[in-house]
Ligand binder design. Structure first.
Ligand SMILES: *[C@@H]1O[C@H](CO)[C@@H](O)[C@H](O)[C@H]1NC(C)=O
Ligand SMILES: *[C@@H]1O[C@H](CO)[C@@H](O)[C@H](O)[C@H]1NC(C)=O
Ligand SMILES: *[C@@H]1O[C@H](CO)[C@@H](O)[C@H](O)[C@H]1NC(C)=O
Ligand SMILES: *[C@@H]1O[C@H](CO)[C@@H](O)[C@H](O)[C@H]1NC(C)=O
Ligand SMILES: *[C@@H]1O[C@H](CO)[C@@H](O)[C@H](O)[C@H]1NC(C)=O
Ligand SMILES: *[C@@H]1O[C@H](CO)[C@@H](O)[C@H](O)[C@H]1NC(C)=O
Ligand SMILES: *[C@@H]1O[C@H](CO)[C@@H](O)[C@H](O)[C@H]1NC(C)=O
Ligand SMILES: *[C@@H]1O[C@H](CO)[C@@H](O)[C@H](O)[C@H]1NC(C)=O
Ligand SMILES: *[C@@H]1O[C@H](CO)[C@@H](O)[C@H](O)[C@H]1NC(C)=O
Ligand SMILES: *[C@@H]1O[C@H](CO)[C@@H](O)[C@H](O)[C@H]1NC(C)=O
Length: 532
């Protein structure tokens, strides 16, 4: 069994705490022609009752979900985060490739946390990207309490969309939800317990529409999406939950898939679509149904027996401007292949939260900062190439993957567990070249799709199956590879990939930001430290 890793304890130097302004300093590093968008975000707790039970939720500028970071390709974002909750805090930018700039990734391997009561400005460019992504708190299971929001990277005017310009742009966050807050959930995991079944599924931070009077109590605030008849809307849907794969559908409407995490896909219609934890997809939805009534938008847990999914259903309302009636009838059914003999929501989850026998244990000093400050002994570049024997106990260490700059690597995720897993790599997207049931062998390579493999940053691995990805390691820095399931990630199912240019220069990696926070063994060079 894996016990909880220690949270990093960080000291912040007085100079960093004084909050040096980075905006002007860093502006010189980006192409001067690219606009800078400034955001000021205050992170606080608010008390709401999405499922009818009051609880503490993490809000940004009082909003839950947080504001959309609306950018355009090549823009620079300066996000000044003021941490007014009672714990260390960091945001990470899921799917944003942060070219040359792992300094801004906001995970324990790259950044010292922002201490309670302090501000810190992120500064990054969305270089050459388009599409739909989301941000979330990366520390200590805080994502289970909210703090997430959308990132939209619009196309530049010179690069048209591969479909007609939609009449509207709608961001939906779907995700499993617990009535306990992140601190209580942490206690469960720290005590060696499972999180168990979630209490429901939220859509945009709201509980289900009362589609069934015996299942949904009265007085629950639900999400309404307003549309006009005869138009096409872009829906950007993100699974921001802790671990539940969700099936997304809109009653009587087709979902035309157009994008997965920043890559345009071959356009295809679906009546429903599975979105796994950490994944983002865009659909075009034509409002071509009878416009005198409303329709259900449903997000329901996948891989549950029989009609169990309906108990936890997330339900919002698609409201036509001309509608005179509420949505009616039963919720649209999920696909009927969701018959997983071994699976149950309450089944004990594996406590072996490790990748290749390594349960990542974050050192006090972020890895990237240790490299910068020439501090050795913080981590070992000894991440094993293959999984250990099943009898070998996982180790809790800071073991890092020694990657070679500009090499292609093949990563095979083998899921011997009974539940679906997702994996995400920061700083890159990868080509999903194969997935199949059974055990991966060298022969599996013959089945790879080397022609039109989809490129994305979060991939699912089905139980008893493998998924293979190819990734070009062309982004210098230290990058987080993690389980999408929040509980697994919290328990150490992550690794870092270290990509070093043998000839370091500031064209392949940006210099350390002037406002960098220091912690652990790394001391601020600007700091004239009088005591301790
Ligand atoms: C960030 O926001 C805080 C709180 O509003 C403010 O005090 C601080 O000056 C801002 N920092 C920068 C660099 O803009
Ligand atoms: C987001 O940015 C795009 C491009 O600048 C703009 O057209 C759109 O109105 C913005 N959306 C919101 C919600 O501000
Ligand atoms: C994106 O492309 C469309 C044409 O497909 C154009 O109308 C729109 O203005 C572009 N977006 C931006 C932000 O320039
Ligand atoms: C409401 O849900 C209950 C429990 O699942 C079910 O027995 C009942 O048929 C549902 N009612 C409607 C109107 O769908
Ligand atoms: C998808 O379905 C819509 C109707 O909702 C239809 O107009 C369109 O042609 C279909 N597109 C594809 C690529 O099948
Ligand atoms: C799911 O259905 C299968 C087949 O009917 C059954 O064997 C299994 O016990 C069920 N699991 C749960 C959790 O109900
Ligand atoms: C780290 O070592 C390199 C090579 O010896 C040196 O150039 C660099 O200045 C050192 N960095 C710091 C922050 O001391
Ligand atoms: C890491 O890989 C590089 C080649 O890319 C090699 O030169 C170096 O010795 C390796 N370091 C360790 C500690 O294995
Ligand atoms: C997965 O299971 C197979 C057969 O049960 C076993 O041979 C293999 O070593 C396991 N792989 C991992 C990574 O545990
Ligand atoms: C980048 O490196 C060049 C030469 O190596 C140096 O002249 C320049 O000042 C550096 N720029 C920054 C922003 O550090």
């Amino acid at each position: 069994m894996i016990t909880r890793r220690r949270p990093p304890l960080c000291e912040v130097s007085p100079a960093a705490a004084a909050g040096l302004s980075c905006v002007l300093l860093l502006a010189g590093l980006c192409s001067a022609a690219d606009p800078v968008a400034q955001f000021n975000w205050e992170v606080t707790y608010i008390t709401i009752a999405p499922l009818g039970i009051s609880q503490q939720v993490i809000a940004i500028n009082g909003q839950f979900p947080g504001p959309v970071l609306n950018l355009t390709t090549n823009w620079n974002a300066v996000v000044n985060v003021t941490n007014n909750i009672d714990e260390d805090f960091l945001f990470t930018w899921n799917g944003i490739q942060l070219r040359r700039n792992s300094w801004q990734d906001g995970v324990t391997g790259t950044n010292c946390p922002i201490p309670a009561g302090q501000s810190w400005s992120y500064n990054f460019q969305v270089k050459d990207q388009i599409g739909s992504f989301f941000y979330f708190p990366s520390l200590n299971l805080q994502r289970a309490a909210g703090g997430f929001g959308g990132i939209v990277v619009n196309n530049r005017s010179v690069v048209p969309l591969p479909f007609p310009v939609p009449s509207g742009d709608i961001t939906l966050f779907i995700g499993d939800w617990f009535n306990k807050n992140h601190k209580d959930l942490r206690k469960e995991l720290d005590g060696g317990n499972e999180l168990g079944a979630p209490d429901g599924v939220l859509i945009n931070g709201r509980g289900p529409y009362r589609h069934n009077e015996s299942l949904v109590p009265p007085g629950i605030d639900f999400e309404t999406v307003n549309v006009e008849p005869g138009k096409a809307y872009r829906f950007r849907v993100h699974n921001v939950g802790s671990f539940t794969s969700l099936n997304f559908r809109i009653q009587s409407h087709n979902l035309l898939l157009v994008e997965t995490e920043g890559s345009y896909t071959v356009q295809q219609n679906y009546t429903d679509f599975d979105i796994h934890v950490g994944q983002s997809v865009s659909f075009l939805v034509s409002t071509d149904q009878n416009p005198v009534s409303d329709y259900y938008i449903a997000a329901t847990p996948r891989f549950l027996n029989g009609s169990d999914w309906i108990r936890l259903a997330g339900v919002a309302v698609l409201h036509y401007s001309t509608s005179q009636a509420k949505p009616s009838g039963p919720l649209p059914n999920p696909p009927d292949d969701q018959f997983y003999k071994e699976y149950s929501m309450n089944q004990a989850r594996s406590v072996r939260a490790a990748i290749n026998g390594i349960s990542y244990s974050p050192p006090d000093t972020p890895l990237r900062l240790a490299d910068y400050a020439n501090i050795t002994g913080i981590y070992d570049l000894d991440f094993p190439v293959n999984p250990p024997a099943e009898t070998e106990a996982p180790r809790m260490v800071a073991s890092v993957i020694n990657a070679t700059y500009r090499h292609f690597v093949e990563i095979v995720f083998q899921n011997n567990d009974s539940i679906i897993q997702t994996y995400h790599l920061d700083g890159h997207s990868f080509f999903v070249v194969g997935m199949a049931y059974g055990e991966w062998t060298e022969n599996s390579r013959s089945s790879y799709n080397k022609w039109d493999a989809v490129s994305r940053s979060t991939v699912q691995v089905y139980p008893g199956a493998w998924t293979s990805v190819l990734v070009m390691l062309d982004n210098v820095g230290i990058w987080n590879l993690r389980a999408g399931s929040l509980d697994r990630w919290y328990l150490g199912q992550e690794a870092y990939v270290r990509i070093v240019n043998p000839e370091p220069n500031n064209r392949t990696e940006l210099p350390i930001p002037s406002n960098a926070l220091y912690c652990g063994k790394a001391k601020d060079p600007e700091c004239v430290c009088s005591s301790h």
